[in-house]
Design a protein around this ligand. Structure first.
Ligand code: GTR
Length: 326
């Protein structure tokens, strides 16, 4: 009798555990993801591609829902929310992540990559993997990098050929210490403003220009006010897709694997989309009458050692490693 009772209790306990495991496993999970861009922009489309893979591979159990156009706040607050676990996912610029983990600041430095091939060898190699991994110490999980082209200056006053042409111009910068120092080094007056507040600042004349890539210049509408775009290509800051560590810890091993693999697989798609979007954006901007000009590239590079010496000393070792990547 005792034996039977014991078996019955053991069986019920077993059933309860199995059932709760099934429930936990079949529970629908919505991952909320923030982005400052609108639907159609390559960063969001990259995450949507990833979302589709995740949804299919989890039989519809895990869904990624995007909150676009900065509807959940600035990139800085998105990073903060992720760290606190108040948000699950975010796609932001590395410059905002470097504010909390300065190690990543190396990716923002001017002319740090030789070209796009070199950049992606760095990002997808050991260095990139190490940098993504380091984020876990800041309560963030780095899923993958994304392409974001080059950043160049644009303004409403005149074409820029050499750094001295920037003198006297108020140029909006991302709220990033490195970007502030860099734009100041080139001779302009840097004004940190959150991305989604830049357009009204340009319209009001609070700033004369900004610096960004071609797709952002178009989709933000900045081109309507700042007509001169000068291709100095001073930085090539990658984007990053992040997950909150708090969310990550709630996932099963197999779900983590699915999410990570999908993120990795979305990169090739996002990069291809980026190239197409960049070309199409340029065409559209030319049709809209924007004035593009090439710059004296040497003039932007000469003397840069002093910038590196003053602000990038902490990156000496990793810069060496980046330069060695072939
Ligand atoms: C864009 C980037 C955004 C944001 C923006 C900015 O190129 O995709 O995430 O960082 O630049 O300048 O604030």
């Amino acid at each position: 009798m005792r034996h039977k009772l014991f078996l019955a209790i053991a069986f019920s306990i077993c059933l309860i555990f199995t059932q709760s495991e099934i429930i936990a496993h079949s529970k629908k999970l919505i991952l909320r993801c923030a982005d400052v861009h609108a639907f159609g922009y390559p960063t969001i489309e990259g995450v949507l591609y990833m979302a589709k893979l995740v949804k299919t591979r989890t039989g519809g159990r895990i869904e990624i829902v995007i909150y676009p156009e900065g509807s959940l706040g600035s990139e800085a607050s998105v990073v903060e929310m992720l760290r606190l676990g108040a948000l699950d996912m975010g796609r932001v610029s590395i410059s905002q992540v470097a504010e909390v983990n300065p190690e990543l600041g190396v990716l923002i430095l001017p002319f740090i990559f030789k070209d796009e091939t070199h950049k992606w060898k760095v990002l997808e190699g050991e260095i990139g993997a190490g940098l993504l991994k380091s984020l876990v110490n800041y309560d963030l999980v780095g899923l993958c990098f994304q392409e974001s082209g080059h950043r160049s200056f644009y303004n409403s006053k005149r074409p820029i050929y050499r750094p001295e042409d920037l003198r006297g111009l108020k140029i909006r910068v991302q709220p990033s210490q490195i970007m502030f120092r860099l734009v100041e080094y080139f001779g302009a007056s840097p004004v940190p403003i959150d991305y989604n507040d830049v357009y009204p600042a340009l319209v009001a004349g609070a700033v004369d220009g900004a610096e960004n890539n071609i797709p952002s210049y178009l989709t933000s509408g900045h081109y309507k006010v700042a007509r001169y775009f000068s291709f100095d290509k001073h930085t090539s800051i990658p984007e990053v897709v992040l997950l909150s560590k708090k969310t990550w810890l709630k996932l099963t091993d197999s779900d983590r694997e699915i999410i990570l693999t999908a993120a990795k697989e979305s990169v090739a798609y996002q990069r291809e989309l980026w190239s197409k979007f960049e070309i199409a954006s340029r065409r559209q901007l030319e049709e809209a009458g924007c004035k593009f000009n090439e710059v004296d590239g040497e003039a932007f590079r000469v003397g840069l050692e002093s910038f590196y010496h003053k602000y990038a000393k902490q990156y000496e070792k990793i810069i060496c490693e980046i330069q060695k990547v072939k």
